[in-house]
Design a protein around this ligand. Structure first.
Ligand code: 2P0
Length: 322
């Protein structure tokens, strides 16, 4: 029985991925840029079991839902077809982040699964190939193969749509958890609805492509202030496009808006901090590393606060570390 264990971390996008050009290949409408975190790890073990009737997937020690299991099986089918194998697998995954709460557990989940499954099934893939493989599970997982700052090139086909590292200013992320419950509308469904019904979708895609070029330049220049300004602008544009769907989707709650207000006040007080939010109510604030303790203290009353830095891309770990 062949077994491999991998660990991956979520990433938070500074320029967001929101919308697909190709649903089957998960090619994004525009490129994106993120920071892989050093917390909230997912650890996944894939063990081939040729005698089993089908795949078995457990999450945090409990059998996964049929929908989750089917998504894992579809991903494993892709790996099996490349490896020329028909063996089912036992997949055991442990997630340190609350699943479905906008902390991108699908990113760490499919990044860890891509590395563990590729190894267990005997595929010899380099980092860009692993990033492309993870993309087939979930778009944001593409970026979690990369250490620290990661740029996902939109590309125009399967071969050209992958993530790679990019230099940038040092930063911390202050994660403010407003609500850890599962979100009402999944990212996948909300992206579809935005593309199909939001009158601002075309503007979102165009402006994101432009923001990514500006963000790339700001990162290369080590310009934290500009990185922060583009981050907050891009997040608000994404939420504006989402809120204009029919029927509307609104991920930000009163508590989320209170964090954006507090961040504006921090800047007025001379501490450079900038806010972003994904497909849920939780807010992530970026600051220079030297300011993160002060930012966390100021935001402490608004939600559960955790400070994280840059973390490693998905990689194999020895079995005994699980
Ligand atoms: C991102 N998000 O760039 C954006 C910002 C959420 C808001 O990528 O359909 O789970 O699996 O490709 O990657 C969340 O969407 O969607 C996401 P699929 P995914 O991080």
């Amino acid at each position: 029985m062949r077994t491999a264990t991998a660990r991956a971390h979520p990433n938070i996008a500074l320029v967001k991925y929101w919308g697909k050009r190709d649903e089957e290949l998960i090619l994004p409408a525009a490129g994106s840029l993120s920071l892989t975190l050093d917390g909230f790890a997912t650890t996944t073990t894939v063990s081939l079991d040729p005698s089993a009737a089908g795949d078995l997937f457990s999450l945090n020690g409990a059998e996964a839902s049929p929908a989750q299991s089917e998504r894992v099986t579809r991903f494993l089918d892709l790996v099996r077809s490349r490896a020329g194998s028909s063996s089912p697998a036992v997949v055991r995954s442990r997630n340190e982040a609350p699943t479905g709460a906008g902390l991108a557990s699908s990113a760490s989940g499919f990044a860890a699964l891509a590395v563990a499954a590729a190894t267990a099934y005997g595929l010899d893939l380099d980092r860009a190939e692993l990033s492309r493989l993870a993309r087939r599970g979930s778009g944001s997982a593409t970026r979690s193969l990369v250490d620290g700052l990661s740029i996902w090139h939109a590309g125009d086909d399967d071969a050209s749509s992958f993530a790679e590292p990019i230099d940038g200013p040092a930063m911390h992320m202050i994660i403010v958890t407003i609500d850890a419950a599962e979100k009402a509308v999944s990212s996948r469904e909300a992206m579809r609805r935005t593309a199909a019904t939001s009158p601002y979708y075309a503007g979102w895609v165009d402006s994101t492509a432009h923001s990514l070029r500006e963000m790339t330049a700001a990162c290369r220049a080590g310009d934290f202030t500009r990185v922060g300004e583009i981050t907050e602008l891009n997040a608000l544009r994404m939420h504006a496009a989402i809120e204009a769907c029919e029927p509307p989707i609104r991920y930000l709650r009163a508590g989320s808006v209170a964090v954006f207000d507090a961040v504006e006040q921090l800047r007025a007080d001379g501490i450079e901090a900038f806010a972003t939010a994904d497909a849920g109510p939780n807010v992530v604030v970026i600051s220079r590393p030297a300011d993160s303790a002060a930012v966390a203290e100021r935001l402490g009353g608004l939600g559960a606060v955790r400070v994280v830095g840059a973390g490693p891309g998905a990689r194999l770990i020895p079995e005994e570390d699980c």
